[in-house]
Write a protein that binds this ligand. Structure first.
Ligand SMILES: O=C(O)CCC(=O)C(=O)O
Length: 329
């Protein structure tokens, strides 16, 4: 285990407003009255009640996200969201989309499956993207006053799947520029320590972005001009890795620039179904660069440098108006 893993437990240390020692809606960290090392559902409800709220997930939680580029939030998504998405996953597995991929070679045990743009094709994913607390979590952590959906991605590792998720940053996969981009990785099954994603703490502040990889064969994207990511597994103790055991309802939130990857799922029976939703705040612009990109998958009809909008990047929430009325079919 690399140095610094234990320190990850300190993330999200926050005072419960219910202790009476902190005003509701004002989470903070201190040595004397912090009672929990995680962000509870109650805390999230207190600081981000409903649509249109201007309150934010601030204090220690936002500082941890800003410092490390990855954070674990506990119990944010109620079971109704998880049940909805589990139904959606089965439908998605039955009807893979045009960009679906099996990363596990034919004939190997297990299955690592990925698909994107589920919200455009399946009602449960659309409902989650447009109405769940996800956009509020993204807005609160990034300090954004408006949130667009970049896309959603299903990532399933069935039992006895050996395939790792290669180390990568997300942002270079996207024809987007800006600071306020994050992913919310929501598992629909318990995830043990051996199976959980790993994050390189602070890597969202690295000055360089690196060439994306195809998950299937590890080959680099073509003609991007971006350098190859340094070898994280060989970095010894020079990098601090973050990871968390997760229960359904918990989620991981990480910056688009945070380097992350993950092991296979070597459990005999537990699946590892996860939905990653990608979110953009105020400062994000459409910037079509040279070379191969993964997102958007279709022409968004936006000019170079334009603010995100339209069917590819729908506006989901604004601080002024709350949840948008989604016009997509
Ligand atoms: O679920 C996985 O294995 C990979 C997740 C990931 O890389 C992401 O959500 O950006």
């Amino acid at each position: 285990m690399l140095k610094g893993l234990a320190a990850a437990e300190d993330l999200g240390k926050i005072c419960s407003p219910r202790t009476g020692r902190v005003a509701p809606g004002e989470p903070h960290a201190c040595d004397s009255c912090c009672v929990s090392r995680v962000v509870t559902l109650e805390t999230v409800r207190d600081v981000m009640p409903q649509s249109g709220s201007t309150s934010q997930l601030t204090g220690a939680v936002a500082r941890a996200y800003e410092a490390d580029g990855a954070i674990c939030l506990r119990g944010v998504f109620e079971s109704k969201w998880l049940e909805l998405l589990r139904d959606g996953v089965e439908a998605a597995l039955r009807s893979p989309g045009p960009h679906a991929e099996d990363y596990t070679p034919a004939g190997s045990q297990g299955r690592f499956f990925g698909d994107i743009g589920l919200w455009k094709r399946f009602a449960p994913f659309k409902e989650f993207a447009m109405r769940s607390p996800a956009a509020l979590v993204a807005a609160s952590l990034m300090g954004a006053s408006r949130i667009n959906l970049i896309y959603d991605q299903l990532l399933v590792k069935e039992p006895r799947t050996q395939e790792r998720t290669p180390w990568h940053q997300d942002q270079p996969y996207w024809a987007l520029d800006g600071n306020q981009m994050c992913s919310i990785w929501l598992p629909l099954d318990p995830v043990d320590d051996a199976t959980c994603l790993r994050f390189v703490a602070g890597s969202h502040k690295w000055p360089q972005v690196y060439n994306p990889l195809h998950f299937k064969d590890g080959s680099g994207y073509s003609d991007t001009g971006l350098p190859q990511l340094p070898r994280i597994d060989e970095s010894g103790e020079t990098m601090r890795l973050l990871h968390w055991e997760l229960e359904p309802g918990d989620c991981l939130v990480f910056s688009g620039r945070t380097v992350h990857g993950g092991p296979g799922n070597m459990n005999d029976a537990s699946r590892r179904r996860a939905l990653s939703t990608r979110w953009a705040g105020d400062d994000v612009r459409y910037v079509r660069r040279q070379g191969e990109v993964a997102i958007p998958t279709e022409d968004p009809g936006l000019a170079y440098g334009a603010r995100l909008a339209g069917r590819e990047f729908p506006l989901v929430w604004t601080r002024a108006g709350g949840f948008e009325t989604c016009t997509q079919d």
